[in-house]
Design a protein around this ligand. Structure first.
Ligand code: MLT
Ligand code: MN
Ligand code: ZN
Length: 308
């Protein structure tokens, strides 16, 4: 199984277009300790020929252009190795890239029923003609082989499972914070296997539950929500009023953070993904990066390939 990180940053990327925070300034200046990052997405393949995209970020066009394995096959006038797309929530950083996949290209679009319902309610996504781009709803907890638009399996099996999260920012509709957790299927993690190796991809997660720990057990690779180092970092840096819990993201550091909560999880390799530009983990020279590394965590970077 090949896993390519297309985008390792959270919504906004690094640098974010309008942000002058320390990380964004360093990335903009080309500081090698703070490489630029595009928004949240990975691509996975069992055979290196047919690929599944997990989340479609607003930076998708740039990500595909930077990834030789995703170029149109030799000799094809039109074509793509991308056979399937799987969504883990309906946040803008995970669905806006669907609009870049227009151009009459067949692929199969997989998500939970709840996520599909958001797309159904937005006619702009009808630019993906359903005859070419079948929408397939996945039951939570059931393992399903991924297929291309024509129904040919691509050698990967996926299981979507609910994780604590939040409704998409753009669908909050002014509701009070305590009503934003959403329902099962609004935010999912995904387990991906080629029959030999097992990847757990969880780019958004508000809490580590016993069910999540059970599912992680024995995985070859975990790619986990690394949005914030601590709940208050955006507030402290003057970037805005939002805390980690308000955004539906479990922070990495501290006694309640994901490093601590996942310490007992038995996974072979673990890396943070979906990092917000405020996160000190983004800089290679911070004590937070050293602490994460000491706890066995990597920070996924754009273009990085994992072969678990
Ligand atoms: C998130 O991960 O919290 C969302 O992507 C935020 C956003 O939509 O900008
Ligand atoms: Mn996001
Ligand atoms: Zn910034």
């Amino acid at each position: 199984m090949r896993i390519v990180v297309l985008g390792s940053a959270a919504g906004g990327g690094l640098p974010q277009w309008n942000c002058g925070c320390a990380n964004c300034r360093r990335a903009r200046a080309g500081d090698p300790a703070v490489p630029a990052r595009t928004q949240s997405s990975i691509a996975v393949s069992a055979d290196g020929l047919r690929w599944a995209l997990f989340n479609a970020s607003p930076d998708l066009r740039q990500q595909v252009a930077a990834t030789p394995a995703l170029a149109p096959p030799d000799g094809a006038l039109r074509g793509t190795p991308l056979a399937s797309v799987v969504l883990t929530n309906a946040d803008i950083d995970h669905v806006a890239g669907l609009l870049s996949l227009r151009e009459a290209q067949p692929f199969a679009l997989y998500a939970s029923g709840r996520i599909h319902a958001v797309l159904e309610a937005n006619p702009i996504f009808d630019v993906l003609d359903r005859d070419r781009v079948p929408r397939r709803a996945l039951e939570l907890g059931g393992a399903v082989p991924l297929s291309d638009a024509a129904g040919a399996p691509i050698g990967l099996e996926v299981t979507l499972f609910p994780v604590p999260g939040k409704v998409p920012l753009w669908l909050e509709g002014g509701r009070p914070a305590e009503e934003l957790a959403g329902e099962a299927g609004d935010t999912v993690g995904v387990e991906v296997t080629d029959g030999r190796r097992r990847l757990l991809y969880v780019p958004a997660c508000a809490r580590v539950t016993p069910a999540l720990l059970d599912r992680l057990h024995g995985a070859d690779l975990l790619l986990f929500d690394g949005t914030l180092w601590d709940d208050e970092e955006m507030v402290r840096q003057g970037l805005g009023p939002k805390t980690g819990p308000r955004m539906g993201h479990l922070s990495v550091g501290g006694p309640q953070g994901s490093i601590a909560a996942l310490r007992e999880a038995r996974v072979r390799r673990r890396a943070f993904i979906h990092l917000n530009n405020s996160n000190p983990l983004l800089a290679a020279d911070t004590p937070e990066r050293a602490a994460a590394a000491a706890a066995g965590w990597e920070v996924a970077s754009d273009g990085q390939e994992f072969i678990p």
